[in-house]
Design a protein around this ligand. Structure first.
Ligand code: BES
Ligand code: MN
Ligand code: MN
Length: 462
């Protein structure tokens, strides 16, 4: 047993209990009813960073929720790692689908996690993964083995688009100066198949509103004679994909980066079992763009999905009504070179133009961000690869993810440094879903792997 393994063995119960305490605070950034809890979580993160050995920790106010910033600078000439994470979480609804309350963490075993997993909103995304870094820091400072400078920047608005973090980064370039950015807010291929995320998709999120008659109407008296906004919206949404599940917005694919045959062949080498994939979701068949595999469809190809749709009568029983308005929330996942603002504009123009006479359409852009790809020949990637090699006994597989962390592209633009995405989550962790959890194995493996990254990164930087 090496030093870090021994340290984890001695302190693992405390590591788990501290995370459980953090998970009890419902830091839901999307819902203003939880404002005090979000702020309370920022304070808890601040205290944890102080205890972990940061020399200075501050709560940096923004126009929204604060950013917790901490650092330990040991020498000017040593490299600096900037750790980013988020302390806010997604809303837990639908609440009734949780087996235990989302903010009353419990440890349960599952077939995949015989040693237990912590069930709570934020267990994996991102409190659990963020806290691995705090505990790795504690180990390095408590045992006098911190090999380089560290800066922590933990925000509270990732799940709502990081708008205020973008401003903070632009205004604090000197403070945030670093040699590499390290994030654990993604996943790995499987519990025994480590991977490093080399790409994230961009995002454009919009809300649409279709208005027909000036009031809700009797569906018998008026039905058939006026445009029903819900019928129209359904038709307009359906027409956004063609029979090959290709997106029909003119210009949508113009800048999409096409991968070479070799790159696609490399991707296909990553372990993937379609039968297990379907079984895990209880679906008979996968579905998507013609000509691409499942792993390609959810990583290197752009998508358009309705996230929510509403209007009319949805209460108990029946009400015969033609609603005046219908709404939908739509996300587009984008790939490198697609510009999210340009895509938002293309969507808006197309959607407004595709409306039939008799309704008016409004498109309201929400938030977005650019996609990201990172090379595998950087010092940062090599350091991460060696760290995983030591703790898993396997070379990690580079993998492009379908998810988005829009701020990563902005980090590169403003701070001119690469981000290394060392994620320890699993697809089955159910992030954003009911019964989110994080395996204790994954949590502790993360704490074990992170200090090795610091060591290798410092060595390779010489
Ligand atoms: N941690 C996720 C993103 C993620 C998860 C990337 C797994 C890769 C693998 C992050 O918290 C998230 O949920 N991002 C949002 C975007 C944001 C702007 C709301 C997303 O991807 O939907
Ligand atoms: Mn996250
Ligand atoms: Mn998330």
């Amino acid at each position: 047993m090496n030093k870090i393994q021994a340290y984890i063995e001695t302190h693992k119960n405390r590591f788990i209990n501290e995370l459980i305490e953090l998970l009890k605070i419902p830091s839901i950034s999307a819902d203003s009813a939880y404002k005090n809890d979000v702020l309370k979580t920022a304070d808890a993160v601040k205290i944890s960073l102080e205890k972990a050995g940061c020399d200075t920790v501050e709560i940096c106010q923004t126009a929204g929720y604060p950013i917790v910033y901490g650092e330990k600078i040991i020498a000017e000439n040593l490299p600096t790692v900037l750790v980013y994470g988020h302390y806010d979480v997604q809303p837990p609804d639908p609440i009734n689908l949780w087996d235990s309350p989302p903010f009353e963490p419990v440890i349960k075993t599952t077939p995949l996690h015989p040693e237990g997993a912590i069930f709570a909103r934020g267990a994996c995304d991102d409190k659990g993964q963020m806290y691995m870094h705090v505990k790795a820091m504690e180990f390095m400072t408590a045992t006098n083995q911190l090999p380089c400078n560290v800066k922590f920047m933990i925000e509270g608005e990732e799940e709502v688009g990081s708008a205020n973090l973008a401003t903070f980064v632009k205004n604090n370039q000197e403070k945030l100066k670093n040699d590499v950015i390290l994030i654990s807010d993604t996943g790995m291929i499987a519990k025994d198949v480590p991977s490093i995320t080399t790409g994230l998709r961009g995002l454009s999120y919009v809300e649409v509103e279709v208005t027909g008659p000036n009031r809700d109407l009797h569906s018998g008296l008026y039905g058939g004679a006026v445009a029903n906004p819900i019928n129209v919206l359904a038709k307009m949404i359906a027409s956004l994909h063609d029979e090959n599940n290709h997106i029909t917005i003119p210009g949508f694919y113009d800048k999409v980066e096409a991968l070479s045959k070799e790159e696609r062949a490399d991707m296909a080498k990553a372990p993937f079992n379609l039968e297990n994939y379907k079984k895990a979701l209880d679906i008979e068949a996968v579905y998507g763009e013609t000509g691409y595999t499942t792993n390609e469809r959810n990583s290197i190809r752009p998508t358009l999905d309705v996230n929510g749709i509403w209007g009319g009568y949805t209460g108990e029983g029946a009400k015969t009504v033609i609603a005046s308005k219908a709404y939908a929330k739509i996300s587009m996942r984008l790939v490198p070179h697609q510009d999210w603002e340009e895509i938002t504009q293309l969507f808006k123009t197309h959607f407004e133009n595709s409306a039939p006479k008799g309704v008016t359409v409004k498109v309201k852009p929400h938030h977005g961000g650019q996609g990201y790809v990172t090379p595998i020949d950087s010092i940062g990637y090599q350091a991460a690869s060696k760290a995983y090699q030591d703790t898993f006994g396997k070379t990690p597989i580079p993998q492009r993810s379908g998810g988005s962390i829009p701020i990563v592209a902005l980090f590169e633009q403003e701070l001119k440094s690469k981000t290394i995405l060392m994620g320890f989550g699993l697809d089955s962790d159910a992030i954003h879903s009911p019964n989110e959890h994080f395996g204790i194995f994954n949590y502790l493996k993360g704490i074990e792997t992170i200090p090795l990254f610091y060591n290798y990164f410092t060595q390779l930087s010489k």
